[in-house]
Design a protein around this ligand. Structure first.
Ligand code: UDP
Ligand code: MG
Length: 317
């Protein structure tokens, strides 16, 4: 039997780009259907992430025009990761496979065919990996690639240059539903579920219209979130640092005592000030890192819902 595919597309303030990309998604869906890869019940599911513009009315319009389009709307903006999660959880009982992709056309839509073929030959998860970022600016490319390297160095293992364009089977999603954490970093969490996976490669394009929602500041926030929700390596680094500083302090102490005995203990204002500045800044950084983890624990113990769906296009018919 042919698998039913749900394409999950998060949208936040995308009124400029949706009218361009929605027909392209449909074209890809119908071409996969006519190739006999997926079932006729396959759908394109838009997840409106509390947009403040016309995005949701556009989605409702698409759904009214063609039953292949469906949409859900979050009760407010909760961020990209939560929007994708909402779409995946909503789809997991209705289909056999999902593909999540951004709505801006930057990720090559046509490699979905390859993804489905990989699924048909046994993979339960297929990662979309960017093998070229020629169209990104030098700055975006450098920061984005630095992002992956930094994450891996900090013990958060992620697939290099893979964002949230991936195929996940319903089987994997049902297991993934047991990962209850509130701090979401999907690209680091999905590999933890396991199962057979593979990758397909594509060149990343420019946004068709509108603007990125991930400027440097948000990318740093995402990196910090990713690291602290996947790894405790920074905490271990603090311990190592404390250990090194302890050795240095003992040497300093020995030196001070010897200088005192020899009577050469000149009033060392500069060295004291330098030591205070250095140590207090290190301590503050360490406190900050520990604080990040405590903040994470705080959010986790509350167990607030990760998404709230306020409307579904299917309910409106
Ligand atoms: N997005 C979302 N909620 C947000 C921010 C972004 O659902 O709060 C969606 C957005 O509509 C897009 C995807 O997440 O489909 C990726 O955003 P964007 O293209 O701005 O990021 P970039 O590709 O520049 O990293
Ligand atoms: Mg984008």
């Amino acid at each position: 039997m042919k698998p039913t595919l749900y394409i999950v597309i998060p949208c936040y303030n995308e009124e400029k780009v949706l009218p361009i990309t929605a027909p392209l998604f449909l074209e890809q869906l119908t071409s996969m259907q006519s190739d006999g890869l997926i079932s006729p019940e396959s759908k394109i599911m838009f997840v409106n992430d509390g947009s403040k513009d016309q995005t949701w009315s556009l989605i409702k319009q698409f759904a009214a025009e063609n039953p292949a389009y469906i949409g859900i709307s979050q009760s407010r903006n909760r961020g990209h990761q939560n929007a994708v999660l909402a779409g995946l959880m909503e789809s997991k009982d209705k289909c056999d496979i999902t593909i999540s992709i951004d709505c801006d056309g930057q990720d090559d839509i046509t490699v979905m065919t390859q993804m489905v073929q990989e699924y048909l030959s046994g993979s339960e998860v297929v990662y979309g990996v960017r093998n070229s970022r020629k169209t990104d600016t030098f700055f975006k490319r450098a920061t984005a690639e630095g992002f992956y390297k930094f994450l891996n160095a900090m013990g958060a293992e992620v697939v290099f240059n893979h964002a949230d364009y991936r195929l996940i089977s319903a089987k994997v999603l049902k297991e993934f539903a047991n990962f209850k954490e509130v701090n979401l970093f999907l690209r680091g969490m999905i590999p933890l579920v396991g199962f057979k996976s593979s990758s397909v490669y594509y060149a990343r394009k420019e946004r068709f219209a509108g603007e990125t929602h991930y400027p440097l500041k948000k990318m740093i926030a995402l990196a910090v979130d990713g690291i602290t929700s996947l790894s405790v390596k920074p905490l271990r680094m603090i311990s190592s640092l404390g250990f090194i500083m302890a050795i240095v302090s003992i040497l300093g102490l020995v030196w001070a005592v010897v200088a005192k005995i020899l009577g050469v203990a000149a009033v060392g204002w500069a060295s004291i000030v330098a030591a205070i500045c250095l140590l207090s800044s290190i301590q503050l950084i360490c406190l900050g890192i520990i604080g990040e983890y405590i903040g994470k624990i705080y959010m986790e113990v509350k167990e607030r819902p990760r998404y709230i769906i306020s409307e579904r296009t299917e309910d409106q018919k």
